[in-house]
Design a binder for this molecule. Sequence first.
Ligand SMILES: Nc1nc2c(ncn2[C@@H]2O[C@H](COP(=O)(O)OP(=O)(O)O)[C@@H](O)[C@H]2O)c(=O)[nH]1
Ligand SMILES: [Mg+2]
Length: 279
Amino acid sequence: MAKALKDVRQKISKVDLVLEVRDARIPLASGNISLEKALNQKPRLIVFNKANLAEKANIKLWRNWFAERDDRILFLDAFDARSLKMLSKMARAVMQQKWQKFIKKGIQPPPLRMMLLGIPNTGKSTIINRLTKRKAAGTGDRPGVTRSQEWIVLGRDLELLDTPGIMPPRIDTEEQGLWLCAIHAIKDEIVGKEKVASFVVKYLQQIASPDFINKYSLQDSEVIESEELIMQIGSKLNCRKKGGEIDYAKTCSQILHDFRSGLLGACSFEKPPKEKIIP
Ligand SMILES: Nc1nc2c(ncn2[C@@H]2O[C@H](COP(=O)(O)OP(=O)(O)O)[C@@H](O)[C@H]2O)c(=O)[nH]1
Ligand SMILES: [Mg+2]
């Protein structure tokens, strides 16, 4: 934890803007309180990635919640080109103020240097790759991506640190631990696949996720115990041991795999709190 934070602090000191990548399904719990101090007044844009996996109505609630705060935020789908364009646009907007000083003095502003940072599995590498490829694949007379030792040049005015900063996940409650396991920011071994799968199934059942119901051809009826439902899914998938009985552990692995691939529908585990607390 201390070493990770030291590395993050070093990286932050080199950039003008920090893009903090969180998971849109757990907007606060995928942050880390230690970051606030490490940022030390550095401009930050909070990027809620995998917005395509979060419930639309909940994204709206979160937008309203954040609108009452000073944070600059963006809900992103890293695989959507338009969404990514917005990221660069917002990054430039954040830096306008700084650039104004240069422009007033008649000086060409230096390129905006930024970095991605966040807990594991939020999509940092994906965003870096997508930003890079988009430019490299661009048509016209623009040179392709230039990779210096540590800066990826995204344009004349934009540079990105080539490796993201990695924050340790913050776990305050057991429920948050399960959320973080579900989105795979924490290894399954910590809590156990069966417990994580059971939690995910319980949630999907509660919201009656149509993708979940269709994927495993479930009856859209009354809520049953997660364990019983997992057995049903095991049976539908014909996930059996040699002797013929349902392979519960294997079924759990399959459910988690499907969930993390986005095949079981959108899930907004965390709802905005009533208070405007600091994440
Ligand atoms: N559905 C969806 N999946 C994403 C998105 N961004 C990243 N992923 C997937 O999330 C997983 C983790 O991404 P990665 O970039 O390795 O995360 P990192 O650990 O933060 O670098 C990969 O399987 C990606 O394909 C997104 O916006 N939507
Ligand atoms: Mg990565």
